[in-house]
Design a protein around this ligand. Sequence first.
Ligand SMILES: NC(=O)c1ccc[n+]([C@@H]2O[C@H](COP(=O)([O-])OP(=O)(O)OC[C@H]3O[C@@H](n4cnc5c(N)ncnc54)[C@H](OP(=O)(O)O)[C@@H]3O)[C@@H](O)[C@H]2O)c1
Length: 166
Amino acid sequence: MKVIVAVDRYWGIGAKNDLLFKLPMDLLRFRALTSGHTILMGYNTLLSFPGSKPLKNRKNIVLAPEGVERDDCVIVHSMEALKEVLKGENLEQAFVVGGAMFYHTMLPYCSEALITKVDAVKQADVRFDNLDELDNWELVEKADPIDDNGYRIQFCTYINHDPKPL
Ligand SMILES: NC(=O)c1ccc[n+]([C@@H]2O[C@H](COP(=O)([O-])OP(=O)(O)OC[C@H]3O[C@@H](n4cnc5c(N)ncnc54)[C@H](OP(=O)(O)O)[C@@H]3O)[C@@H](O)[C@H]2O)c1
């Protein structure tokens, strides 16, 4: 399982239940990587999507509070239920797509992190765990920086040397 996220210089990822940046190039890459596969998210992230709708051409699995029911995506109400559902998935091609709470919960189970580093500082109210401070995560790849909507961004890959089994 992989985690995919865009972070600012201090690992900020969102504010007021929205993204910090508009990054068309990053979005294209996100779409290319995740289309046809399974994406996993927390409920706030589903609500943050346009129209609060699941993303097209992907199987959307959402960890949501009790009482939330939807017929346009797979809803689970606990980590136990999520683990059950994931038994039927190809985890090699499953992506954890946010948000902060859900990233933090799922990070130990992920073997790879695709981090878009944005060279900017925003007023974030939610952050991703700083992988440079976690012993088992290692930065293994750093693409050349590119410009995306006026931001300098860099696609980075970290690997987890000790992922937890689900
Ligand atoms: N930069 C990026 O790449 C990126 C990507 C995605 C999202 N974001 C940003 O992240 C922010 C949303 O993050 P968030 O932390 O507020 O929300 P979130 O993780 O998307 O969703 C939180 C919800 O999921 C449930 N949940 C999450 N983890 C759980 C766990 N371990 N056990 C049980 N329930 C769990 C919570 O249920 P309860 O209410 O019952 O606790 C809560 O309803 C937004 O600003 C969004 O734009 C950024």
